[in-house]
Design a protein around this ligand. Structure first.
Ligand code: PRP
Length: 206
């Protein structure tokens, strides 16, 4: 049986449809319920919904054989997994943003609010810029508005959240998209099946 970690939400639902189209359907998961783990013995598959930022933990530790996760999470966690495929969905970018028209001060330590301290640290280290990280867990955009930080390092997808809060992107750090990942031991143990899944997804041009 292959165990698949799906990120809860729209990306996970789209990813499930891909697996279904490959013959890994699981009718129960399509029902409107609050269950989190679904087994289909006919197709020899087990799915579970995980918090998107936890998917790589389940895969890295072998609780899931494969999973779907954003590149942002992989970079932030430095996950020790195989990255098999760029799925080309869940596209967005990691960016530095701040108050519209107000460039951050260059003469003192930059206060950076973010959910992604490792990505932010690496980015500013590459620029030899001294920063102070303010780790938040969500609604990052309010930090510069309330004077908590000078800038934020966060995901920008449509740009609407920035726009509607009088913020603007200053710099793009890197593009992000969803990846198919595999546990390293599972990849050896279920090699044929995982390769088949990965190749079929690629063939379908997803
Ligand atoms: C993400 C990100 C931005 C928003 C960007 O937030 O942190 O706030 O989406 O999307 P947009 O460019 O399309 O407006 P998320 O919904 O994950 O919530 P949280 O970070 O506040 O928890």
């Amino acid at each position: 049986m292959i165990h698949i970690a799906l990120p809860k939400g729209r990306l996970g639902e789209k990813a499930y449809q891909i697996f279904k189209s490959l013959g890994y359907g699981c009718p129960e998961i399509e029902q409107d319920n609050r269950k989190l783990i679904f087994v289909n013995r006919e197709n020899d598959v087990c799915y579970f919904w995980a918090k998107p930022s936890d998917v790589s933990v389940y895969v890295e530790r072998g609780a899931a054989d494969i999973g779907i996760v954003g590149k942002d999470i992989l970079l932030e966690h430095g996950s020790d997994v195989y990255e098999l495929l760029d799925l080309g969905m869940g596209k967005c970018r990691m960016a530095v943003a701040g108050i519209r028209g107000k460039r951050p001060p260059a003469d003192r330590t930059l206060r950076v609010a973010t959910k992604f301290p490792n990505i932010a640290r690496r980015y500013y280290a590459s620029q030899s810029r001294e920063i102070e990280i303010i780790k938040l867990n969500g609604s990052i955009e309010i930090a510069p508005l309330l004077g908590l930080s000078d800038v934020i390092v966060d995901i920008v997808e449509t740009g609407t959240t920035l726009l509607e809060n009088n913020l603007e992107p200053y710099e793009t750090i890197l593009p992000i998209s969803a990846r198919l990942i595999a546990n390293k031991a599972s990849y050896k143990f279920h090699y044929d099946e995982i390769r088949r899944i990965s190749e079929k997804i690629q063939e379908k041009g997803i």
